[in-house]
Design a protein around this ligand. Structure first.
Ligand code: ADP
Length: 460
């Protein structure tokens, strides 16, 4: 029968300012409802739950907070669940209120003036301290306030925001976020449910900025220009400002990169989570900048370290979702074949300078390493058709906006992305590459860029 096994339904009564924390293992799922017919509201990382609606979660570590007290019913078996009394939510709300004041001031300025630009907040800190979660909460609160925040993800090593891992993305969030899915990167969301205009996507293709810091910086600069031009056409977004999530910055060596991001995006607030030392470094670095606030935010006790296999399964799930959709919206990708020797084929790879140490003895006569440092081919490298072999199987390939025929290293290194393919098989004998594509028909003659991240996976 379809009757629900009542033994697996839990009820949890939350008092005001408490939160229900839960973890769901990969390959299992649970459903949570804010009990209909009872008083009280609840929110998941800033986004309100509707009464009585079932929300389904899989492979996640999350929390539902209530300002008023509420009753939740939970179907299925979370691997961890408890009610927490102490949370930093009031501090996060106060930060939102402070940002909101600046947005009100920005909205009062004539659109073309500098003052019309809303607050631009950068969230930094070590791994697993709640940077992404605070970005979600601030985004959710500002949307509930009727604002249109531009959310930027610079963390290429995570599970990705609105795109596959390895990308940096920006999107203006215009309506309510998906409770189950937040930024649209959990395996449960339907692409159609994501409340954003087309996101801006650049494919970096490495896990950390350190592997290719020169190209990473250039993508940051390109992104900043693209974001600013979008904001010029959208005054509400401009007034709301930016919310920027970053890779883990936890030591002195990242100082240069942080300063670079702060300058490129004209950051007005730097919020540090989880590192007193980083906070103090930032205070000193920016003490002379009167227009930059440096603040410290508390980390939630609910933040959990995610181990390597868990992060890997999140990444794989995001890539899988890009091609196959999910329970709410199933997609059927197409298998497409690409001729390796056709004139329209141009495949590039991202260079990881931390592992692909150049072999000096192979350099052309007259070139030394320093001359290469200023070239482009140490950030992306064109592959000869003969170099395309099975090591590229099970990797993601970005279809860039630049045409295959006129793309040089500079254009490839800086180009935005049209979409992604997944390499299923390389047939060296038949000189063909079999890829999974979200759209039917031939792959357009655009430059293709293969990365090293997300790392190999099996999609089917
Ligand atoms: P960071 O961006 O700093 O790496 P995250 O915001 O992704 O950290 O948080 C790390 C993990 O902890 C995530 O899986 C997140 O969903 C979870 N998490 C964050 N806050 C809470 C909370 N209050 N209760 C339960 N889990 C939480």
């Amino acid at each position: 029968t379809d009757s629900i096994d009542s033994s697996t339904i839990l009820t949890r009564e939350l008092k005001p300012n408490q939160e229900f924390r839960f973890e769901v293992a990969p390959n299992t799922s649970i459903t949570i409802r804010l009990t209909a017919g009872t008083a009280g509201t609840a929110e998941l990382f800033g986004t309100e739950l509707s009464k009585g609606l079932p929300y389904t979660f899989t492979c996640c570590k999350s929390a539902i907070y209530t300002w008023t007290g509420c009753s939740l019913s939970i179907e299925g078996s979370p691997s961890v669940e408890y009610i927490a009394e102490e949370t930093p939510m009031t501090t996060y709300l106060n930060l939102h209120i402070a940002l909101e004041k600046l947005r009100v001031a920005a909205s009062d300025c004539p659109p073309t003036t500098e003052g019309a630009q809303g607050p631009r907040i950068l969230l930094i800190g070590p791994p697993d301290v709640g940077k992404t979660t605070v970005a979600k909460i601030l985004t959710g609160y500002s949307i509930r306030q009727g604002r249109k925040p531009m959310v930027i993800n610079l963390d290429t090593g995570g599970e990705g925001v609105l795109s596959v891992p390895g990308t940096i993305t920006a999107a203006s969030f215009g309506s309510v976020m998906d409770v189950e899915d937040g930024f649209g990167n959990s395996p449960m969301s339907a692409p159609s449910a994501i409340p954003v205009k087309l996101p801006l996507v650049y494919y970096y293709g490495l896990e950390t900025p350190e592997g290719g810091v020169r190209r990473y910086k250039r993508l940051i600069s390109r992104m900043a220009v693209a974001v600013n031009s979008r904001l010029e056409e959208d005054i509400e977004s401009k007034n709301t400002g930016l919310i920027i999530d970053t890779p883990s910055f936890d030591n002195q060596t990242n100082g240069d990169l942080i300063s670079y991001i702060v300058a490129e995006f004209s950051i007005t607030t730097i919020a540090i989570l989880g590192s007193e030392r980083l906070y103090n470094t930032m205070l000193k670095s920016f003490s002379a900048s009167t227009n930059i606030n440096v603040i410290k935010l508390p980390t939630s006790g609910g933040c959990v370290d995610r181990d390597v296999p868990y992060k890997k399964s999140l990444r794989d799930a995001t890539v899988k979702k890009y091609f196959f959709g999910d329970d709410k919206c199933t997609l059927s990708p197409y298998t497409v074949s690409i001729e390796l020797d056709s004139p329209g084929f141009s495949l590039w790879e991202t260079v990881d300078s931390s592992s692909d140490k150049k072999n000096i003895s192979f350099l052309p006569i007259g070139e030394d390493e320093s001359s290469l440092q200023t070239g482009e081919d140490d950030v992306v490298r064109k592959l000869a058709p003969g170099d395309v072999d099975s090591r590229f199987e099970n990797l993601v390939v970005a279809v860039l906006q630049v045409d295959a025929k006129d793309a040089g290293a500079k254009e490839v290194a800086e180009s935005a992305v049209l979409g992604f393919l997944f390499v299923q098989e390389i047939d060296e004998k038949e000189r063909r590459m079999k890829v999974l594509s979200p759209v039917p028909g031939r792959v357009p003659s655009k430059a293709l860029l293969v990365g090293k991240w997300p790392d190999g996976m099996f999609l089917t």
